[in-house]
Design a binder for this molecule. Structure first.
Ligand code: SUG
Length: 444
């Protein structure tokens, strides 16, 4: 089994719409000028780098934006141009909501369990409903369609429906999930959650702050059931309310795991010692936890610079490497922490700094941009689309970006019907490159 990192390609409408409440970077950059072309190329540069490290890399397509079916469902009528103009004039920021390129953050696409861990021996995926935010919730049915096309072989894969139940089962996907594994023991699945929908409801959730928790514990439990995981190998851990309040809206803002290694900030979970004890009870002494306390790495720096939102990767040599955002190199506390981990004599031997600034300004670091899918060789051969990144596909994707993407975009430009036509044409062409068929509604 080998981990494939499926990165979300950045879509042509990448912009700073300020839509993600509780996400400090998204709020801070609202209204600023974005560069969709640079964003997409930064993403491809990261994929190339990861592939050159010897890690398997694949891609997920951007979603069609503006999402005209959503405007239609909200009662807008007439030509596409008329609907867009009406939505742009509406009181709520509906055109922004329907134009966000947020599907790029593939860690929120789904939660994944490899076939080695599931009761029926199939790989299971639960697309996230992303019900906490409108601009993200509209991703869910499209993600379901895309994943059902890629993981189409029913003998090997099960792609579930996103959870029903709206906010009661609000689910943010793999951003709140980590799989830990040490030799000679079954893997353990760690699920981070921010609130409970029952058992005292919102009052018990500390949802009183400015930054509401997104993931419901009930959702995490439902995802674990659907993934057919052994309940004895699942750990459910509450995110620290202060971490969420400080801008750690997903667990992967303050923690990252790989095999038997967990890098974690003390405010990732409300009781980080208990989480470590639960993991150790299942994984034993082989588990290695690198804990950052507030004194070493203040929460504000962790949220600003995203040292934990790194990819922690196993290289072909068996050693591990961290792929971190350059923002963490420029933050002294974040940098010292990662360098301490590398110098600690454990399996993590190198840190590499990559520039994903365009995504970072919307609160998405290297780890947000990828969905980890551990695959057997036969499962790779059974994939239903051309998504594994090789030299040829990368070259085609670079040319495709350069052909279609603008290098300047303001939220105000979203009302431009020419942009909409450009963006949808690009997605149409991409689905041919990736051999996805007519997976999107506008193509049918
Ligand atoms: O959901 N930002 C995303 C960032 C997601 C990061 N993902 C992980 N931590 N795994 C979010 O907050 C801002 C988009 C906008 O305003 O258009 C946004 O949705």
């Amino acid at each position: 089994m080998r981990e494939y990192d499926f990165d979300g390609l950045v879509g042509p409408t990448h912009n700073y719409g300020g839509l993600a409440v509780g996400n400090v970077a998204s709020a801070r950059h609202e209204g600023q000028l974005s560069n969709p072309r640079a964003a997409a190329l930064q993403g491809l540069d990261k994929m190339r780098f990861v592939r050159e490290l010897g890690v398997a890399q694949a891609v997920l397509p951007p979603h069609p934006r503006p999402h005209l079916p959503t405007l239609h469902a909200l009662g807008f009528r007439g030509s596409d141009e008329e609907m867009m103009a009406a939505a742009a004039g509406a009181e709520a920021p509906l055109l922004r909501v329907c134009s966000s390129a947020s599907a790029m953050w593939a860690a929120n696409a789904a939660t994944v369990a490899p076939s080695s861990d599931t009761a029926d021996g199939r790989l299971h995926l639960v697309p996230a409903n992303l019900d906490a935010m409108f601009h993200r919730a509209i991703e869910a049915p499209v993600t379901h369609a895309v994943l059902s096309t890629i993981f189409a072989d029913p003998a090997r894969f099960t792609v579930h429906r996103p959870l029903p139940g709206a906010r009661h089962f609000g689910d943010e996907g793999a951003a709140n999930h980590a799989r830990l594994a040490v030799p000679d023991a079954p893997a353990v699945h760690l699920f981070g959650w921010g609130r409970r929908s029952w058992e005292g409801g919102e009052a018990a959730s500390d949802g009183s702050g400015r930054h509401a928790p997104r993931q419901a514990r009930e959702a995490s439990e439902a995802v674990a059931r659907l993934l057919q995981l052994d309940p004895a190998r699942c750990v459910f851990a509450r995110q620290h309310p202060r971490g969420i309040e400080g801008g750690a809206f997903h667990t992967d803002v303050l923690a990252v795991a790989n095999e038997g290694v967990l890098l974690v900030h003390e405010l990732a979970f409300d009781d980080v010692a208990a989480v470590e004890a639960e993991l150790r009870a299942r994984l034993g002494l082989a588990l290695r936890v690198e804990l950052a306390r507030e004194a070493e790495l203040p929460l504000a720096d962790a949220v600003d610079a995203y040292p934990f939102n790194s990819q922690l990767l196993t290289l072909p040599s068996g050693e591990m490497a961290v792929v971190a955002p350059t923002d963490a190199r420029h933050n002294p506390a974040a940098r010292r922490f990662l360098e301490r981990v590398v110098g600690s004599g454990g399996p993590v031997r190198a840190v590499h700094w990559l520039d994903v600034r365009e995504s970072m300004r919307n609160g998405g670091g290297p780890a947000c941009l990828r969905l980890r899918v551990p695959l057997e060789e036969a499962e790779v051969a059974a994939l239903g689309a051309r998504v594994v990144l090789d030299e040829a596909l990368e070259a085609e994707l670079r040319a495709w970006v350069t052909r279609h993407y603008r290098d300047r975009l303001l939220p105000a430009d979203l009302a431009d019907p020419v942009l909409a036509r450009e963006a949808l044409r690009a997605i149409d062409e991409l689905s041919a490159i990736l051999q996805l068929g007519s997976v999107f509604a506008f193509q049918r």
